[in-house]
Design a protein around this ligand. Structure first.
Ligand code: SF4
Length: 312
């Protein structure tokens, strides 16, 4: 049983008029109200456990202690996690139970606590992390996010974060509106990335090549929109430089509503599209990240190698 230390409830006060994310709903989640993300008082999570599918310094040899939180602040038409991000899968956890989850991951030998889409639940996570001397103690916290984040929330919770693992998916508001329902994603996610970079900077690893601090930016190449991935690479190079660790991803899969909305959303990325972005990444000089290997079938996907390599 986890021994809890008494702490104040100031973290949970952030739920009274919730403005944790750019939606700024202002609802009182302690009173049963819900906003855009439908998150309430108690944390809802779908599953947790050691995970080997992340970037090499996150997964390491023992796995990343991954917690998949339910609910989401975006509405991506291609979401692979839709049963728990968009629908109601998952179950509620009180703070003590969340502590048990963190402790279980720590005792399983995981390299870190990898919080996947935690934004709606940050006050409860903070409450859990702040009120114990044991659960997950010492494990770096990985903040695994779509990038749709408020700078002030990052400023507050970022003190807990060792590694920011964030997406930058679109460079055009129209694409962001079509793909994720938020035309302001480009401005918001770029500002968030700059904030993360200012807070943690370049990725640092320990003697076993496990991430201990820094920023990893994931760029998911979208079908018919490889030019936007290239735009984002140029923007990163111009604003933050090429020391940012880029994780270039080829794994787009037309899941959830992607097959019904039509257009390019209904198909995978082609090898030609993906290789174009790979070449640009190498030409720009990003050499601290990874490129996902391109596979013709989704079943074959997942597998990283260091950038830069020849071809993709
Ligand atoms: S976390 Fe949820 S309730 Fe709070 S502002 Fe964002 S969408 Fe609204």
């Amino acid at each position: 049983m986890i021994r809890m230390r008494q702490v104040g409830i100031e973290h949970l006060n952030r739920l009274i008029a919730c403005e944790l994310c750019p939606h700024r709903c202002g609802v009182n989640r302690l009173n049963g109200q819900v906003g855009f993300c439908r998150a309430g008082r108690d944390v809802v999570l779908y599953r947790y456990g050691p995970h080997m599918g992340e970037e090499p310094p996150i997964s390491g040899s023992s796995g990343s202690g991954t917690v998949f939180f339910s609910r989401c602040t975006l509405r991506c038409v291609y979401c692979q996690n839709y049963p728990w991000s968009q629908e109601d899968a998952g179950r509620g956890y009180r703070t003590e139970q969340l502590l048990e989850v963190f402790a279980e991951l720590a005792s399983a030998g995981c390299h870190n606590l990898n919080l996947v889409s935690p934004t709606s639940w940050l006050p409860q996570v903070e409450e859990a992390l702040a009120c114990t001397d044991s659960a997950g103690q010492g494990l770096p916290v990985v903040y695994n996010t779509s990038g749709y984040e408020l700078e002030e929330t990052l400023e507050w919770f970022g003190e807990r974060v060792s590694v920011f693992l964030t997406d930058l998916r679109y460079a055009e508001p129209q694409s962001a509106a079509e793909g994720s329902g938020q035309a302001d994603y480009v401005d918001v996610a770029r500002a968030a990335l700059q904030k993360m970079w200012a807070m943690r900077g370049a990725l640092e690893v320990d003697e076993n090549d496990i991430a201990v601090s820094g920023v990893i930016c994931r760029i998911l190449v979208l079908p018919g929109r490889e030019g936007e991935a290239i735009d984002n690479l140029h923007w990163i190079a111009d604003t933050m430089g090429t020391d940012v660790s880029i994780s270039l991803m080829s794994q787009y899969t037309p899941a959830y509503r992607a097959t019904t909305v039509g257009g390019n959303w209904a198909r995978p990325v082609t090898r030609r599209e993906y290789e174009r972005v790979c070449r640009e990444m190498m030409d720009l000089g990003f050499d601290r990240g990874w490129m996902q290997e391109f596979k013709e079938t989704q079943e074959e996907l997942i597998g990283y190698r260091m950038a830069p390599d020849e071809g993709c």
